[in-house]
Write a protein that binds this ligand. Structure first.
Ligand code: SF4
Length: 222
């Protein structure tokens, strides 16, 4: 099926019409197979549509299908549900949970929404000012958070019985002029003198749980 075209003495591989058609056909077949797997109705029709003809949730599924097409070892999803309404968000989260169990692929899920992470994650790393300040199993992060920033994020999750929404006071540092010492120190309710002098190292508090905060070193919850 492969033929060669000579140009300026060089040979350039081109694909003959027959092979090209066979490849396109196979591409469609695989695309339809993936769309079917992702639960998209009428995949034979959808595979020929343009992006603007699809809903937001559908587009997100298609992008996931594209990411999975070559069976990668790792897929990085950056805020995959933030532009979707809650119903579609729930469907996409269910889909990601299914994919985790059926594909031999790891997913790195980036989100500002801890309640979304609670649904899909095995391990969670909390980042502040570009650094991981706490990492642990989803259970450890939600049930035994150690870093003040993690605690503040969890308290900020809206729940049915909350009458007011908690926020993390202050704002993120301007990283052109990063704060001295712990980058969370200007906003931390537990700030101590040493926090302003140097950055805390990551401390392992269990086999799977580490945190960068001087409080952890002092045995808080160890
Ligand atoms: S090191 Fe200090 S400032 Fe930083 S999070 Fe811990 S207590 Fe707060």
């Amino acid at each position: 099926g492969i033929s060669f075209y000579l140009s300026g003495g060089k040979s350039v591989p081109i694909i003959s019409r027959v092979a090209k058609n066979a490849l396109i056909k196979e591409g469609y077949r695989l695309a339809v197979e993936l769309l079917t797997f992702l639960g998209i109705p009428h995949p034979e029709k959808v595979v020929k549509l343009y992006p603007h003809e699809l809903s937001g949730g559908m587009r997100q599924r298609i992008v996931i299908a594209i990411a999975l097409a070559n069976y990668p070892k790792v897929v990085i999803m950056d805020e995959p549900t933030s532009a979707l309404d809650v119903t579609i968000q729930a469907q996409i989260l269910d889909l990601i949970k299914d994919l985790k169990s059926s594909f031999n692929t790891s997913f790195i899920f980036i989100s500002h929404d801890l309640s979304v992470l609670a649904e899909v994650s095995d391990r969670i790393g909390i980042m502040y000012a570009g650094q991981i300040v706490e990492i642990g199993s989803a259970r450890e992060i939600f049930l035994e958070p150690l870093h003040p920033y993690t605690k503040a994020l969890i308290e900020a999750i809206p729940t049915m019985d909350k009458t007011s929404l908690k926020t993390v006071p202050g704002s993120v540092p301007d990283m052109r002029y990063p704060p001295q010492g712990c980058s969370f120190s200007p906003r931390c309710p537990f700030v101590m003198d040493e926090c302003k002098l140097r950055q805390p190292d990551m401390v392992k508090v269990s086999e799977t749980h580490s945190v960068a905060c001087f409080l952890a070193r002092k045995g808080d919850k160890q």
